[in-house]
Design a protein around this ligand. Structure first.
Ligand SMILES: Nc1ncnc2c1ncn2[C@@H]1O[C@H](COP(=O)(O)OP(=O)(O)O)[C@@H](O)[C@H]1O
Ligand SMILES: [Mg+2]
Length: 258
């Protein structure tokens, strides 16, 4: 199953992705987490692994990949490995991803489309376009799950990344922007024929009724996660998320039933 995890900045996309990845692993799945947020550096720490090498480097780095994409050409195939050529045109499996771009923690693999490391080095479009190709051609088996921790907002819909996933999971935090975004993401998902489900995050009893009202079909709410001091503490320190949360346990099972 291939899943995008999306929502506004700071709503908890990376936190839920990391907790879900570890839950799927406990269920015996092999899990690929793809970090597609070029500006945040928290996800690898939440998963307890080192920051993976930018996957964009596999395609000759941002500048080269960008020029090739702007020219509408397949990347310079002479200099690319067999996998890099295949990646643009044919299905591939998790086992075929080059090991030097993966950070592993037992059954959880993390890859990163790339980060902005220096001023003036170029926009994130190249990295995200590579991710789109990656998701399109990635095939996952019954015992595998791919979780895409997206950049904030809805640009990934515009780029077409979500066209190739099985399910869109929107994380909703208690803010006006998030509640507004639920409608937009529902509509964007419907327009491409993809199911959209919601996780209400950082919830307390005061905000829950208003959050629920913002979702037209409440059967689409797969989990309600409270504001949790242990999650907040680990988020502050950049620590690995080792805890088992009952709502995440249920969420993982509900996702696999869709
Ligand atoms: N349920 C929660 N309870 C407490 N803090 C949370 C919860 N979910 C996320 N956070 C905190 O909120 C901050 C933003 O979360 P993060 O997952 O990085 O958001 P995003 O990836 O959407 O930008 C982090 O400091 C994280 O620890
Ligand atoms: Mg994040």
């Amino acid at each position: 199953m291939k899943i995008t995890v999306c929502g506004k900045g700071g709503c908890g996309k990376s936190t839920v992705s990391a907790l879900l990845a570890k839950e799927f692993e406990r269920m015996g799945k092999t899990v690929l987490v793809a970090d597609s947020d070029e500006s945040n550096y928290g996800l690898h720490r939440q998963l307890g692994v080192k920051l993976p090498r930018d996957f964009t480097e596999f395609f000759g780095g941002k500048e080269k990949a960008f020029k090739t994409m702007m020219a509408g050409e397949i990347l310079d195939t002479v200099k690319l490995s067999a996998f890099a050529k295949k990646f643009y045109s044919e299905p591939f499996t998790l086992n075929e991803i080059p090991e030097e771009y993966i950070s592993r923690n037992n059954g959880v693999m993390l890859i990163s489309s790339g980060k902005i490391h220096q001023a003036n080095e170029g926009c994130a479009c190249t990295m995200n376009s590579i991710l789109k190709q990656f998701i399109k051609h990635l095939t996952v088996g019954d015992n595998e799950v791919a979780l895409l921790d997206m950049e904030a907002g809805v640009e990934h819909f515009g780029r077409g990344v979500d066209n190739s996933v099985d399910l869109i999971l929107m994380i909703v935090d208690p803010s006006f922007e998030s509640l507004k975004l639920t409608k937009k993401i529902q509509q964007l998902g419907e327009s491409i024929g993809k199911p959209v489900f919601f996780v209400l995050n950082k919830v307390n009893e005061l905000v829950l009724p208003t959050m629920l009202e913002s979702i037209d079909d409440q059967s689409k709410v797969l989990a309600v996660i409270s504001t949790d001091t242990e999650i907040a503490r680990k988020g502050l320190l950049g620590d690995e998320l080792m805890m088992e949360i009952p709502e995440i346990h249920t969420l993982a099972r509900k996702i696999l039933k869709q």
